[in-house]
Design a protein around this ligand. Structure first.
Ligand SMILES: Cc1cc2nc3c(=O)[nH]c(=O)nc-3n(C[C@H](O)[C@H](O)[C@H](O)COP(=O)(O)OP(=O)(O)OC[C@H]3O[C@@H](n4cnc5c(N)ncnc54)[C@H](O)[C@@H]3O)c2cc1C
Length: 347
């Protein structure tokens, strides 16, 4: 009989998500959903492990399950030594055979080490978990081209779940007792002295946004008047992101231009790049602008459910069946109009 442990952690105070109203991260609550589904499928026991400075109120938003917590000031901040010790203690206390954890930066860096300490195994980038008799974990390989279903005999088996693959748990609050798990006293060498994050609004990559807005190289190319309008392009794009809350993606050509000494949009980096050699984000909708829609770019749109594009080129890749709707139009004009409409709707 499997014993399932879901590992969760709190958001840093700057990240607490208004959307769920919980102090556990959204990705943690997604892992809770995955754990509940798997426990029901396998008729297995479910334990939820919490790492937090103070877990008192966190249990209120969790389903009926055994709740374990490692708490205290030492566990308020991400740090390898304390996080690894906490997860190890939780896994041992739960006697876990299957451990589900969100692939947050906090847990992703310690989970492999913890699996090793326990003599177990880990798989990452898991997008789905199924199986009635045995656990079957799904992940993609080769830049999201090949989907594999994995089974393993090794236990404990750690599965790091990609965020955005499950609904965040938002069920009824069940009164529950949280068991405190003691961790061997540690003398960590790392002191967390503070948190430095980009100023509010400067962060353009927003994994939880409903819309992915992609900028292509056309934004910095000569326009029909024979001039380039990079400054105007930057303003239109940033205004749209501010008004819509969309996440910003880019084609490779556009982010590569900086190295070639061509005009660039200063807020774009390779972190924004979507595609074969970039990211494959998950958003409900995508809007591509001034981008040709070539295959190495579009492969990064694999998980974008509804796709639209604005391009001057009626023969671009998007029009050849890669987007649901293509507007053959000048993106400068279209985005200026959209921004004006959004601004009116806001005020
Ligand atoms: C091994 C390999 C890996 C690669 N990996 C990636 C990857 O991960 N991601 C990626 O993006 N690319 C990748 N590429 C590059 C990819 O093949 C394309 O070269 C790139 O995506 C083109 O970028 P683009 O469409 O922005 O630019 P362009 O091809 O220059 O297209 C610009 C488009 O903008 C349009 N345009 C111009 N002005 C306007 C306007 N005012 N309004 C509307 N439209 C306008 C033009 O009509 C044109 O269609 C890869 C290539 C290789 C060989």
């Amino acid at each position: 009989m499997e014993s399932i442990l879901v590992l969760t952690h709190t958001a840093l105070s700057s990240e607490i998500e208004a959307e769920t109203g919980a102090a556990l991260t959204r990705a943690s609550l997604e892992a809770v959903t995955a754990g509940m589904e798997l426990a029901a499928q396998l008729s297995a026991s479910l334990t939820i492990g919490i790492v937090a400075s103070d877990p008192t109120n966190l249990s209120k938003g969790l389903p009926s399950a055994r709740l374990l917590a490692v708490s205290g000031e030492a566990f308020a901040q991400p740090r390898y030594a304390t996080d690894a010790a906490a997860l190890e203690a939780l896994a041992r206390a739960a006697n876990a055979t299957i451990v589900l954890a969100p692939a947050s930066s906090r847990f992703a860096r310690v989970a492999a080490g913890v699996a090793h300490r326990l003599g177990g195994f880990i798989d990452t980038h898991i997008t789905a978990i199924g199986g009635a008799e045995t656990v079957e974990a799904t992940r993609w390989f080769y830049r999201q081209r090949v989907e594999a279903v994995l089974t393993r005999d090794a236990r404990p088996w750690f599965l790091l779940l990609d965020p955005g693959t499950h609904a965040a748990y938002a069920g009824q609050a069940v009164p529950a007792q949280v068991e405190q798990i003691a961790v061997q006293p540690l003398a960590p060498r790392t002191t967390v002295s503070g948190l430095r994050a980009p100023a509010q609004g400067a962060q353009t990559i927003r994994p939880d946004a409903k819309l992915l807005f992609v900028a292509g190289a056309g934004w910095t190319k000569k326009q029909p008047d024979g001039q380039i309008h990079t400054k105007e392009a930057g303003e239109l794009i940033l205004d749209f992101l501010r008004l819509s809350g969309a996440s910003l993606g880019s084609s490779k050509s556009l982010v590569d231009q900086g190295g070639e000494g061509e005009p660039v949009l200063p807020f774009l980096t390779h972190m924004n790049q979507i595609g074969q050699t970039g990211a494959t984000p998950r958003h409900a909708k995508g809007l591509s602008t001034c981008c040709h829609g070539e295959e190495p770019h579009v492969v990064g749109w694999r998980f974008i459910a509804s796709r639209r594009a604005i391009s001057l080129d009626p023969n671009c890749g998007w029009t050849r069946g890669k987007a649901d709707v293509v507007y053959v139009a000048d993106a400068f004009a279209v985005m200026a109009k959209i921004n004006a409409l959004l601004q009116t709707a806001k005020t």
